[in-house]
Design a protein around this ligand. Structure first.
Ligand SMILES: NC(=O)c1ccc[n+]([C@@H]2O[C@H](COP(=O)([O-])OP(=O)(O)OC[C@H]3O[C@@H](n4cnc5c(N)ncnc54)[C@H](O)[C@@H]3O)[C@@H](O)[C@H]2O)c1
Length: 489
């Protein structure tokens, strides 16, 4: 059992602290927000993260996990001090704002009376480890203490964070003091994950490069989606067909509203900023950002194409969080979409299964009617937008939805629904990168032969993993497999 202090009880700090306690360590989490700490002490988890609450409760009961606002209490006897505070975009919207990290480093230095290893979990620009080291050295009350800094970037996904922490693909540790890195590695031994041991800068860069690559995959498939739409191809099947190739992989090839959340947007911008500061021009990353921004606009454009002027039109936004299984509203596409809808004079109704408390904070005072379920949201609406890939949106009572909507226009920003089924039910359905025969600029299908294309692979057959769409068996090279794919026009 090691003694650990975790600074910050947000999505990363809370998961890190709880999981390290679950691995048998004694963990104290410290945060500067007293209400958050009070809620945690009362067993009330301030974020929605599947599987986290029972782990917090059981580890608190076992007295391996506690929460405080008092640094002295949190640092007492700590062998490892994890920094897990936020590093949002700075005021210029580009580089990372390191003020929270700097403040945490000063508090560590002020409160530490023994040698300990600092572990940087927060995503910090290359050189962040040096910055923490320098601040701690400058402010330590006892300068003879040994306080090495190890970079240990976090790769967890919100919505799957506990599982990701407990079963990481790899643990990255970067340090100038390899003995310190080795000590941190011992904490992760029970996870039996590969450990990538590097210098400090390389570990910091691995985090940015990983996020930038995943964001690039998303913008890549969104660019393909635009091309597919024009040429009459279906990007979902293109992605599935590509994904079987092990060199490519299926993950992060879902065309839709693009990436959002607290990591990809700010990390890609920060990497661009770092490169620019170094005198480089990272053209590909800039294109990734530009494509992502366009993708959100696309949904409103599609609504306009279907409904004309949006003034006075009732639009339901289904899903508000930036992704499913989280209540995190940071940089959620729904916020931009709702902003543009309201700007266009639309009447907005909204529903999200869990982000009902966080959404109004992200859109304070906005005239949005929050509804208790999908059906209440779409009631009497002229259009609906699926903005988050919540699993429940895959299993809607579509005939009921159709009956409730004034004009059954549905823009599926996450490609959750089947265009043929939607057309059959009488919806005016618009997906992202799905065939749109009959639309101006879209290529017209020459062969709608309905004898092809109904042999769908699904997850249980080792298919795409989304369970709804796979590769169609085609008998004719150019034939469209989706007889009603163009019927949504
Ligand atoms: N959220 C994710 O999915 C994710 C994944 C990987 C990496 N990261 C990175 O991890 C870091 C934390 O992200 P997050 O989403 O958990 O942030 P968050 O905003 O949810 O949580 C940060 C917490 O730190 C607290 N805090 C701020 N300054 C403090 C201080 N001086 N002392 C004590 N507590 C302080 C805040 O009050 C807050 O509770 C960021 O650098 C982020 O880029 C996040």
């Amino acid at each position: 059992m090691r003694t650990i202090c975790v600074i910050g009880t947000g999505y990363v700090g809370l998961v890190t602290g709880t999981c390290l306690a679950e691995l048998g360590n004694r963990v104290t989490c410290v945060d500067v927000i007293p209400e958050k700490v009070a809620r945690l002490r009362a067993g009330d988890v301030p974020i929605y993260e599947p599987g986290l609450e029972p782990l917090i409760t059981s580890n608190m009961r076992a007295e391996r996990l506690q929460f405080t606002t008092d640094y002295a209490e949190a640092l007492a006897g700590a062998e490892f001090i994890f920094i897990a505070v936020q590093t949002p975009s700075g005021d210029d919207g580009a580089g990372a704002d390191m003020r929270f990290v700097e403040s945490a480093a000063r508090s560590i230095a002020a409160g530490l009376d023994h040698s300990a290893i600092i572990v940087n979990k927060s995503t910090m620009p290359v050189g962040g480890g040096d910055l923490v080291s320098r601040i701690v050295r400058e402010h330590l009350r006892n300068p003879s203490l040994d306080v090495p800094v190890v970079s240990n970037p976090e790769f967890l996904r919100e919505g799957n964070a506990v599982e990701d922490f407990m079963r990481p693909d790899r643990v990255v540790l970067g340090a100038t003091d390899q003995r310190a890195a080795h000590e941190v590695a011992t904490l992760y031994l029970p996870l039996r994950a590969p450990v990538v041991s590097t210098d400090l800068y390389t570990a910091e860069m691995i985090k940015y490069a990983s996020n930038a690559f995943l964001a690039t995959k998303i913008s890549f498939i969104n660019e393909m989606a635009r091309i597919c739409e024009r040429l009459g191809a279906d990007v979902k099947e293109v992605a599935a067909g590509m994904g079987y190739d092990k060199r490519i992989g299926r993950a992060f090839l879902n065309a839709g509203l693009g990436y959002g959340g607290s990591c990809f947007p700010k990390d890609v911008r920060a990497l661009i900023h770092m490169a620019a500061e170094a005198g480089l021009h990272p053209q590909m990353l800039e294109a990734v950002v530009a494509i992502n921004a366009d993708q959100r606009r696309l949904v409103v454009d599609k609504l306009r194409e279907e409904l004309g002027d949006l003034r006075g039109k009732r639009i339901a936004v289904l899903g508000l969080a930036f992704k499913d299984n989280t209540d995190d509203m940071r940089d959620a596409p729904a916020v931009d979409i709702i902003h543009w809808l309201l700007e266009a004079g639309a009447v907005v109704r909204a529903y999200d299964p869990v982000a009902t408390a966080t959404a109004p904070r992200a859109m304070p005072g906005w005239p949005i009617a929050y509804c208790g379920d999908v059906y209440a949201a779409v009631d009497g609406c002229d259009g609906a937008v699926v903005a988050t890939e919540w699993p429940e949106f895959r299993h809607l009572d579509l005939p009921r939805l159709h009956d409730l909507m004034g004009t059954p226009v549905l823009v599926d920003g996450r490609n959750l629904l089947d265009p043929r089924e939607m057309a059959r039910l009488g919806f005016r359905y618009r997906g992202i990168g799905r065939p749109e025969a009959g639309r101006p600029g879209a290529r017209q299908a020459e062969d709608f032969g309905d004898d092809v294309g109904h042999d769908r692979h699904n997850a249980s057959r080792g298919g795409t993993g989304n369970g709804t769409m796979g590769i169609h068996a085609r008998r004719s090279g150019r034939g469209r497999s989706d007889a009603s794919g163009g019927a949504s026009a």
